[in-house]
Design a binder for this molecule. Structure first.
Ligand code: MSP
Length: 504
């Protein structure tokens, strides 16, 4: 088994302020990156900002500043989102960085050398909002199929011979059934490719904010060729013959993207890579979109959900939990404040928080402020609870590998509910009076179960899980998935516990 794992988010257009959709994409990657780290992988988790193109140039113009000033300022908003959401990315790439620009020019030269680029003239529609070209037949009521406004463009342009790669792409999808997930998206992409690929315009001459085409300064590279290249420039593709990093981490294990940009990642990107003789990523997963109380989220409707405000109001783990528990990853979801508050109160405060609070308080009060030493004997009921997670670690691994975050959480909440039931059935408060030794075994069984749950929840609720593991004085090197395979030793002094998730 290879023990490296490379995962990426899309890079975000800086013309927008970060909203819940952006936070969601990066959050899903953060969960996987954190999970893989505690499962012993060397992880490279990349995110960043997409800073070139007409859309960003226009946004800068509107503000009356130079594009470079504009992007330096607004890319900071996305960096702040990382801190706010507790994201653990290893690198933040900006497409205005020198090493990225060099990578773009290198891949361009390679495509040119391999005979995949030719100069011609583009005439057709362009939607600045999507940064995408559309043919007449694709328009719906004079707009792009996405609803974006289009403008007529006629200019000299370099083309990538995408049509030549049609069959090779179809063969690749056929031989790599998991390359595009979920399945519905895979079918959509295959149908799109089967319907016939046209060569793709990959340079523009009517504005200047972008990477210059090598040896033809009148052209700048199409922003999507520029943007997609970020995934390899982050691995030092610019100097890839001489560095181990590229050899080690490329190809990426997983690109997570929103459903709106699957075509760029599952058609254009693999075609560019094949044409440049580079290995293809292993998987592209397209997630769904959030609406706000039933409505499409948009700046013009004024209903953008601000992740900074949400975290401030409800807490970071609470938001992380809600976003991935509420909607199966891959489906669209509706954001509702009532649902958010329900989840926080029922799942976090009443179930999980309450379990920890009552078990820790009972230990603190009744066991001389100390978690008892690991018992020498457990009965069948104790072992049933203790083994619930321990015996199913591979299920959790495969749920992460198939991006079924909601199912992963549901499984853990079954353990939590079993643990709460076990407290009631075993009634340690009665045992305290008539069988102190048995009370200690029961409380140990519970805190051991909480330890396992906290390790498995580290990727989702990093703050709260760390708090519990700190409380139990579990050392850093024992906060790994395989630490769940052993029962811990106990015999740890504790303080009086504080509630983890206040009820709203
Ligand atoms: N810059 C391109 C990506 C280039 S990657 C080589 C881009 N940027 S974006 O900022 O417009 O969008 C980034 C991500 O945010 C996309 O995956 C998109 O699907 C996601 N979301 C934007 N709004 C969203 C929702 N309302 N809900 C969920 N995700 C959404 O596209």
């Amino acid at each position: 088994m290879s023990n490296k794992y490379y995962i990426t988010t899309p890079i975000y257009y800086v013309n927008d302020v970060p909203h819940i959709g952006h936070a969601y994409t990066t959050l899903s990657c953060d969960i996987i990156a954190r999970f893989k780290r505690i499962d012993g992988y060397e992880v490279f988790f990349l995110t960043g900002t997409d800073e070139h193109g007409q859309k960003v140039e226009l946004a800068a113009k509107k503000k009356g500043v130079k594009p470079c000033e504009f992007v330096n300022k607004v890319s900071e908003n996305f960096k702040n989102l990382l801190k706010c959401m507790n994201f653990s990315n290893d690198l933040f790439i900006r497409t205005t960085e020198e090493k990225h620009i060099k990578s773009c020019q290198k891949i361009w030269n390679k495509l040119l050398k391999n005979g995949n680029i030719y100069l011609d003239k583009y005439s057709g529609w362009y939607a600045v909002r999507d940064e995408a070209f559309y043919s007449q037949s694709e328009l719906v009521d004079g707009k792009a199929p996405t609803g974006a406004t289009v403008e007529w463009v006629e200019e000299p342009s370099y083309f990538f011979n995408l049509s030549k790669w049609q069959q090779k792409l179809l063969d690749f999808y056929e031989n790599n059934k998991d390359f595009i997930c979920p399945k519905t998206k895979r079918n959509e992409v295959i149908n799109f490719v089967k319907s016939g690929l046209k060569d793709l315009s990959i340079s523009r001459t009517s504005f200047s904010w972008g990477v210059k085409v090598p040896n033809d300064e009148n052209h700048i590279m199409y922003v999507w060729l520029d943007a997609l290249t970020n995934y390899i420039s982050a691995c030092d593709y610019a100097d890839h013959e001489n560095n181990d990093f590229f050899q080690k981490f490329w190809p990426a294990d997983l690109h997570i993207v929103g459903k709106d940009i699957i075509r760029f990642h599952a058609v254009y990107w693999p075609a560019f890579l094949m044409a440049a003789d580079l290995p293809l990523p292993k998987k592209v997963f397209a997630h769904g979109w959030w609406t706000n109380e039933g409505n499409k989220i948009s700046k013009s409707l004024g209903n953008v959900i601000d992740p900074f405000q949400l975290v401030d109001k409800y807490g970071v783990d609470q938001i992380r939990y809600f976003l991935l528990r509420e909607v199966p990853f891959g489906n669209d979801g509706d954001f509702s404040n009532t649902q958010l508050i329900n989840r926080i109160n029922s799942d976090l405060a009443n179930s999980y928080g309450n379990l920890f609070q009552r078990v820790a308080s009972m230990i603190f009060k009744n066991c001389h402020k100390k978690i008892p030493l690991k018992p020498t004997k457990f009965n069948e009921e104790d072992l049933k609870l203790i083994n619930l997670i321990k015996n199913n670690l591979n299920d959790y691994r495969s749920l992460i590998d198939s991006q079924k975050f909601d199912q992963y959480l549901k499984n853990i909440w079954i353990v939590i509910s079993n643990a709460n039931k076990y407290v009631d059935d075993e009634a340690p408060w009665t045992l305290k009076k008539n069988n102190f030794k048995r009370m200690e075994v029961v409380l140990f069984t519970l805190i051991e179960t909480i330890r396992q749950i906290s390790i498995l929840l580290l990727p989702f609720l990093p703050d709260s899980s760390e708090k519990i593991l700190d409380y139990m004085n579990i050392s850093r090197d024992k906060r790994k998935l395989n630490s769940v395979e052993f029962i811990f030793d106990g015999n740890v002094k504790i303080s009086s516990p504080n509630p983890l998730f206040p009820k709203i």
